[in-house]
Design a protein around this ligand. Structure first.
Ligand SMILES: C[S@@+](CC[C@H](N)C(=O)[O-])C[C@H]1O[C@@H](n2cnc3c(N)ncnc32)[C@H](O)[C@@H]1O
Length: 359
């Protein structure tokens, strides 16, 4: 076994990697921005030269330490791609460590790298650094979510299912469903239309090994009322008898943890028994969302993620005022506003903060 240092000999390349890392990590919460490794990365990003071999070795170890810590972090919408990449690179390096019988990574900074082929390990570190430099573009939060969701779908879903078209923007919904996986409780979608989103998300739950059931509600014959504020939707809108969404979902329920519930959701939602970890409200009218949320309120905890579609969309004029009222009353707090990263996407995620005001 040899015991030499490794990788990132080009000081300027290392400094630019450090800048990317510090810049990306600064957007993470609670962040990796503490500790000696990150401090060293910040110094490198600010231009400090690591002249001798020992200094360079320490800097590279700090980079690898930050990589490992970033890989274990929770991501914000702006950093999904970055965190996912860090995890990928981290695994890749671990594989090489096993393959070339290196000493444990935790010992590298103190005792240098000892492996059967340090040149290979050095090459891997350089490769990782070069890939991270490709993140030097300004963060595109929306594109990051789209890329992340597409990558997860590609990895976990057959193309026949992935290719089906749903109305809702799955790239903005799936990452938040995934964030709700550690929260105890099932998933409920209100207003599923043809049920394509339901099948895709229930598929993902199963593929990810989540111990959750997906309940999906609809009249399955479109709206039963007109929009009270004169919005675009009225009786019969979103009716598609030819498709038979209830039959379609019933078939899928044989292999997926999925149950379609037919009828007026303001009443059928009372059938939900257990706690909920994730709720998706896509009923297009405040008068429909409000009674549903009131009925399921006791099933939601402070960590339940509640998504609302069509907030501020001109065709659905009652949704935004309803949600604004909930936020102003202190019942819920806003955790994500999709329009801030992609205008006219109209999605909000909220969490329970206080109690609902009486009707
Ligand atoms: C905007 S669509 C949902 C689109 C769907 N999430 C998707 O991605 O394809 C609204 C749905 O709400 C349903 N809906 C309207 N009033 C309802 C009610 N009282 N109870 C249950 N569903 C209702 C309609 O039938 C329609 O399918």
């Amino acid at each position: 076994m040899s015991g030499r240092s490794f990788g990132l000999a080009d000081a300027e390349a290392f400094r630019s990697t450090a800048r990317v890392f510090v810049d990306q990590a600064g957007r993470m919460e609670p962040g990796i921005a503490g500790g000696p490794s990150f401090g060293l990365m910040k110094e490198a990003a600010a231009g400090r030269a690591f002249a001798d071999a020992r200094g360079q070795h320490e800097a590279v170890c700090a980079f690898l330490d930050c990589l490992k810590r970033a890989a274990g972090q929770g991501a914000t919408p702006e950093t999904f791609t970055f965190v996912a990449k860090c995890a990928e690179y981290d695994r890749y390096l671990d594989e090489k460590v096993v393959e070339f019988r290196a000493n444990p990574r935790g010992d590298w900074s103190a005792a240098a790298v000892k492996s059967e082929d340090n040149a290979v390990i050095a090459k891997v570190v350089d490769e990782i650094a070069a890939h991270l430099r490709s993140f030097s573009e300004p963060a595109q939060a929306y594109q990051s979510l789209v890329d992340y969701t597409q990558a997860r779908i590609k990895a976990l879903m057959p193309p026949e299912i992935a290719g089906m078209r749903q109305e809702a923007n799955i790239s903005l919904i799936f990452p938040f469903l995934e964030k709700a996986l550690p929260v105890a409780g099932d998933v409920a979608e209100f207003g599923c239309f043809r049920g394509i989103l339901s099948v895709k998300l229930a598929w993902m739950l199963k593929a990810l090994g989540a111990n959750k059931h997906y309940y999906t509600f609809d009249t399955f014959h479109g709206f039963e009322i007109d929009d009270p504020a004169g919005g675009a939707l009225g009786i019969g809108a979103f009716r598609d008898d030819a498709f038979d969404a209830f039959g379609f979902l019933t078939k899928w329920s044989r292999i997926l943890p999925l149950t379609p519930v037919k009828g007026d959701a303001t009443k059928t939602c009372a059938q939900l028994q257990g706690p909920l970890s994730f709720v998706w409200l896509d009923l297009d009218m405040g008068v429909l969302m409000d009674p549903v949320l009131r009925t399921i309120w006791s099933k939601c905890g402070p960590d339940t993620i509640i998504g609302i579609d069509d907030v501020g969309r001109p065709e659905t004029p009652t949704v935004a005022p309803w949600l604004d009222g909930l936020i102003a009353s202190g019942a819920v707090e806003l955790v994500f506003d999709s329009d801030r990263i992609a205008p006219n996407t109209f999605i909000r995620f909220v969490k329970k903060k206080g109690d609902l005001l009486p009707v």
